[in-house]
Write a protein that binds this ligand. Structure first.
Ligand code: HEC
Length: 310
């Protein structure tokens, strides 16, 4: 009896999500039925549709991001320090003109392999406001290691006014704040392949996704730029930010849009989760410990109950 009950319970848990899908009208059968209905309606009144201009509502993003190979992916993920340094250079020379990075302090750059003196030199390239001084005035001074990255605009209104009404978002956490949904059944496989790089894949796709002509019939708002990878529309208020040979790489890496995009994306991932590699290493050791502990407990249980007749 107990066994039957638990089997029913297990079946209930396994099939509940399927039932929910079916109720949403997304079950495989209902979907085709609905599509047929829609197709029939369309066949009845094709001209009306065209006249009113009711085009099918597009799904954004128009194109899904490509999956990239990232050094920080998977259970043995690690940072490529050279890449992070190049990425910082791209952020500093290109993105920092419009985007803030409020949660990152200059001293954090030591993670990128820079010494304290190097960090001080990098920080001194920026100016921050300090004060008030003894006469009550605010004053500007070069940044130091303990300062946070200063924002390029004094307030969001100024940022919007300079960018066609769109505020460039803060980039501190952007690599974890954006991700394109993977849909069924991919998200199920993702659990097993441990895929968790949807954020970086999106950023890379967005940065390399400019330069195409919009397909016919796409209306762009003035001041926006077509990008099929943008998550919430067909165009965004950011013009293509990087071009070939724009940033000089001292280590001889290719100076292409593709390489810049990868590097700055890796840097933004580091900014969003600086302790990612420690987290993964700790998680791995923890799993080994738990498996060993489970085996140990199994034998302990056998020993403890060995003398008990059943
Ligand atoms: C000329 C100013 C400017 C520069 C330079 C710039 N951006 Fe932007 N960026 C913007 C604006 C404006 C938006 C907001 C766009 C919108 O919401 O329509 C934006 C949005 C973004 C977004 C968010 C997209 C989304 O899904 O909402 C990301 C990510 C981004 N920028 C990354 C970068 C990176 C990385 C660089 C450097 C390589 C960069 N930007 C350089 C102006 C800029």
């Amino acid at each position: 009896m107990k066994k039957t009950l638990s089997a029913i319970l297990a079946a209930g848990i396994a099939f509940a999500p399927l039932a929910a899908f079916a109720q949403d009208g997304q079950g495989p059968n209902e979907n085709t039925a609905q599509e047929e209905e829609v197709a029939a309606e369309n066949a009845d009144a094709p001209e009306e549709e065209a006249e009113e201009g009711h085009a099918e509502t597009p799904h954004y993003p128009l194109r899904r991001p490509e999956e990239m190979n990232w050094s920080f992916a998977g259970p043995f993920g690690h940072w490529d320090v050279g890449q992070l340094q190049r990425g910082y250079k791209v952020y500093r020379e290109v993105c920092a003109a419009c985007h803030s990075m409020n949660f990152v302090a200059f001293r954090n750059l030591e993670d990128l392999g820079y010494s304290e003196e190097q960090v001080s030199t990098l920080a001194a390239e920026f100016t921050v406001q300090d004060g008030p001084d003894s006469s009550g005035e605010m004053f500007d001074r070069p940044a130091t290691g303990s300062d946070y990255f200063p924002a390029p605009y004094p307030n969001p209104e100024a940022a919007a006014a300079a960018n066609n009404g769109a505020v460039p978002p803060d980039l501190s956490l952007i690599a974890k704040a954006r991700a394109v949904e993977r849909g069924f059944p991919t998200f199920v496989f993702d659990i097993f392949t441990q895929y968790s790089e949807a954020g970086p894949d999106y950023l890379h796709a967005l940065l390399t996704g400019y330069g195409e002509e919009p397909p016919e019939g796409t209306e762009l708002m003035s001041g926006t730029y077509y990008n099929p990878y943008f998550i919430s529309s067909s165009a965004l208020a950011m013009p293509q930010p990087i071009y070939e040979d724009q940033v000089e790489y001292p280590d001889g890496a290719p100076q292409t849009v593709e390489q810049y995009s990868r590097d700055v994306t890796a840097f933004l991932m580091w900014a969003a989760e600086p302790h990612l590699t420690e987290r993964k290493a700790t998680g791995f050791v923890t799993m080994i410990f738990l498996i060993a502990f489970a085996v140990l407990m199994f034998f302990v249980k056998r020993r403890v109950w060995a003398g008990t007749p059943h």
